[in-house]
Design a protein around this ligand. Structure first.
Ligand code: G3H
Ligand code: 13P
Ligand code: ZN
Length: 309
């Protein structure tokens, strides 16, 4: 088994009108849950690592766990850096065997974003690694920094076209109304499908990435609140909107918050219903099962990637 790039996966996803799930990994249980679900459903999958994950679990542990998961489940996976902040972290991941990196220059000016992204593309491509860029700015929580809804900037389709031409990126994350974290919309969820459509028209066949794409599964939010948690007004992207995006130019859908919610709901459930439990394997085992169930549901009913491996 091997780590693979997104090149062929995105081509097939674009042509087939489905998307590949990019799930954030932070520990063994999460890695096992995602890869087991993907293997059982014969689905391609992207495992992505944020700077926070590297800090929490240490790169060497994550790499060893991913290798073990591939060996155990018999599937190839993409190992991707999520929200690379600078050239150095992208280079470190390329050098450490990642097959895909994201350089997130979305907070920079267009010119500086192009220059930084181009530099990463040159280095990554020389090493057979693909690159995701970002244009536009999402609201929400990222690396513990909160971007207010008023500071979010939708992606300009004409700029997206120029950005791809100038940088040579392999995929592009865009802002059409999704946001990071569990509080995505104050009222009715709304995405700018007109922007996605126009980008698809200007960049035919080019893979688009949707960040902040958790559904914030209402059943988990309810269960967490019923078991002593406090998630008031948590709201995510409805599944039918994600399916629509996947049928358009979106080939990669990023999911982290739903993993956090699945684990938290399961752990709270066990600790509430079985107060005598103090073996971490009991509640972490149930958390792993819940993440696996959630990922399987996404693959089958939201991403449309079942059987596409
Ligand atoms: O986009 C952000 C991801 O949800 C990763 O979150 O930086 O807390 O690991 P994190
Ligand atoms: P969510 O917070 O919606 O899961 O988004 C995760 C993400 O975009 C990771 O890059
Ligand atoms: Zn993101």
């Amino acid at each position: 088994m091997a780590l693979i790039t997104t090149k062929e996966l995105f081509k097939k996803a674009y042509e087939g009108g489905y998307a590949i799930g990019a799930f954030n990994i932070n520990n063994m249980e999460i890695i096992q849950a995602i890869t087991e679900a993907a293997a059982e459903l014969r689905s391609p999958v992207i495992l992505q690592v944020s700077a926070g994950a590297r800090k929490y679990a240490k790169p060497a542990y994550l790499m060893a766990l991913v290798e073990a998961a591939m060996k155990e489940t018999g599937i190839d996976v993409v190992l991707h850096l999520d929200h690379g902040a600078d050239f150095e972290i992208c280079k470190a991941c390329v050098d450490n065997g990642f097959t895909s990196v994201m350089i997130d220059g979305s907070h920079l000016s267009f010119e500086d974003n192009v220059a930084l992204t181009k530099k990463v593309v040159e280095y990554a491509h020389a090493h057979g690694v693909v690159v995701e860029g970002e244009l536009g700015r999402l609201a929400g929580v990222e690396d513990d920094v909160k971007v207010a809804e008023s500071d979010a900037i939708f992606t300009d389709p004409a700029e997206a076209e120029r950005f791809v031409e100038l940088t040579g990126v392999d995929s592009l994350a865009i802002a059409i109304g999704t946001s990071h974290g569990a509080y995505k919309f104050k009222t009715q969820p709304k995405l700018r499908f007109d922007i996605l459509e126009e980008i698809g028209r200007r960049l035919p066949g080019f893979p688009i990435v949707l960040h902040g794409a958790s559904s914030v599964v209402p059943e988990y939010v309810d269960e967490i609140n019923a078991c002593g948690g406090k998630l008031d007004g948590a709201l995510g992207v409805p599944e039918d909107m994600l399916r629509k995006a996947a049928s358009m130019a979106v080939c990669k859908i990023n999911i982290d918050s739903d993993i956090r919610l699945a684990m938290t709901a399961a752990i709270r459930r066990v600790l509430k219903n079985q107060p005598e439990v103090f073996d971490p394997r009991t509640y972490l085992g149930e958390a792993r099962e819940e993440v696996k169930k959630m990922v399987a549901h996404k693959i089958k009913n939201v991403l449309g990637s079942e059987g596409k491996l």
